[in-house]
Design a protein around this ligand. Structure first.
Ligand code: GLA
Length: 403
């Protein structure tokens, strides 16, 4: 009898507290999203082509999995309240599209909003949360980005718990991408509700600038980076800070800025969601997005977000502890001039109190690999001295040698 009561309690609390699906994002999610390049201009052919390109470009082979449709896929709700995709743009229906994406070994993501309308003015999920969650499950959706426009009177935690409960009830495992721009400190409540949460407003396609829209601003890569300060302790396997999607390949960043953007998102253990047209990437862009060594830093199973260790003359030294005692090290040159950097591994002992990992070149030797040159670069017995070009990064992996 007692056992039955206990079971009932567990069932009820699952329902009320909407535990998320576990083990879906033990490393930061990797994929592609339509917004940064295409905004509202989405349709099923383009999405299918993007899935094809993810496979043919080699991106799938290095870990990219999700094909995410952002805003504006919507048609309207029918008389029973069920949402339908735009009948012209998605004439075969979402189930057929999900089947196609799944047949490529990939997963399909979709977008909705906690308010009554999405940011693009399409029907939001407010009041229809459980119904929409059920619809997504019948379509075979694997990932939901849930936005925060038109949410007057709502609070983030409650609103996201409602959609998470709906998804849980619908029964199909879905990655929940909380997109409320850091408004209600999602890092405080997000880990039990979703798998990632946006920490800021939207990224803007520039390295170091702010785009002021009057009532809101969007932020360059460096501005977003600075807004991650203090948040690393909230991230870990299954729950990640999301500094927004990548702008690599969207035509505004230099090759060095592309490398710096990708490296820093790896350092931050950020979701790696490409935002460019995968169908016609240059080789240079493809090489950035598929750099396996940098991706390995991002996808490291320890799941510890990196940190800014030092700032000197516009060069930031970033560190990220990795499994087996390894470390990723980034020297990010934020200035418009090349900078000479010097770093004496022997005299810098780093203790990361959060992860309790130590980088100590006095007691261990680490081999050094340059992750962009894809070359070994000696070991930590000798001090490092080199030049980092303007708006670029030197990204290294220190591999701890066993004694
Ligand atoms: C918000 C989000 C963006 C994008 C748009 C779509 O601005 O933060 O990432 O989804 O809405 O309208």
């Amino acid at each position: 009898m007692k056992k039955h009561w206990f079971l009932l309690l567990v069932l009820i609390s699952n329902e009320l507290f909407a535990q998320k699906f576990e083990n879906l994002a033990l490393t930061p999610p990797m994929g592609w999203n339509s917004w940064n390049k295409f905004a509202c201009n989405v349709d099923e052919n383009m999405i299918k082509q993007m899935a094809d390109a993810m496979v043919s470009s080699g991106m799938k082979d290095v870990g990219y999995t999700y094909i995410n449709i952002d805003d504006c896929w919507h048609g309207s709700r029918d008389s029973l309240g069920f949402i339908h995709p735009d009948a012209k743009r998605f004439s075969s229906g979402m189930k057929a599209l999900a089947d196609y994406v799944h047949s490529k070994g990939l997963k399909l993501g979709i977008y909705s909003d906690a308010g009554w309308q999405t940011c693009g003015g399409r029907p939001g999920s407010r009041g229809y949360e459980f119904q929409d969650a059920l619809t997504y499950a019948t379509w075979g959706i694997d990932y939901l980005k849930y936005d925060w426009c038109n949410t007057d009177g709502l609070k983030g935690e409650g609103a996201y718990k409602t959609i998470a409960a709906g998804l849980r009830k619908a029964g199909r495992p879905v990655v929940v991408s909380i997109c409320e721009w850091g408004t209600d400190k999602p890092w405080d409540w997000g880990p039990s509700v979703g798998h990632l949460w946006r920490t800021t407003g939207d990224i803007y396609n520039c390295f170091d600038c702010i785009n002021d829209h009057g009532t809101w601003k969007s932020w360059g890569v460096m501005q977003i980076l600075d807004k991650q300060e203090g948040l690393r302790k909230y991230a870990g396997p299954g729950h990640w800070n999301d500094p927004d999607m990548l702008e690599i390949g969207n035509g505004k960043l230099t090759p060095g800025e592309d490398r710096a953007h990708f490296s820093m998102w790896a350092m931050l253990a950020a979701p790696l969601i490409a935002g460019n047209d995968l169908r016609n990437m240059t080789n240079a862009i493809k090489e950035v997005l598929t750099n396996k060594d940098v991706i390995a830093v991002n996808q490291d199973s320890l799941g510890v977000q990196g940190f800014r260790y030092a700032v000197k003359d516009s060069v930031e030294t970033w560190l990220k502890p990795l499994k087996n005692g390894d470390w990723a090290v980034g020297f990010l040159n934020r200035s418009l001039a090349p900078k000479t950097i010097e770093f004496n591994w022997q005299s810098e002992v780093v203790n990361d109190t959060l992860s309790r990992k130590e980088l100590n070149a006095k007691t261990a030797t680490y081999t050094v690999r340059d992750l962009w040159l894809k070359k070994d670069a000696g070991n930590t017995k000798k001090p490092l001295k080199t030049t980092v070009p303007a708006h670029d990064i030197l990204m290294l992996r220190l591999r701890k040698q066993s004694l």
